[in-house]
Design a protein. Sequence first.
Length: 95
Amino acid sequence: MIRKSPRIAFRTIDEETFIVTPWDQKLHGLNATGTALWRWLDEGVVTEEALAARLAEEFEVDSARALADVRGWAQSLASAGVLEAEGSPRRVAHG
């Protein structure tokens, strides 16, 4: 299961989401597709496979491509500490 880190701050404006990671003072931006995935996490769509299925349906893309895109999105945000996988260690804030 994927979840948003409780240590971040974010705001969605129209179809873009802006995320701040306070431990490194970075701003991360999500485009319309990333923002849709972000919102679906709040709706309980919390696995890569479920997110990909919804992405394929809503954006009319191939299922394999959707899964690859979701995995890349999740990996990128997890490496920045924005997303956490269930059972993964929490990122330690520095400072």
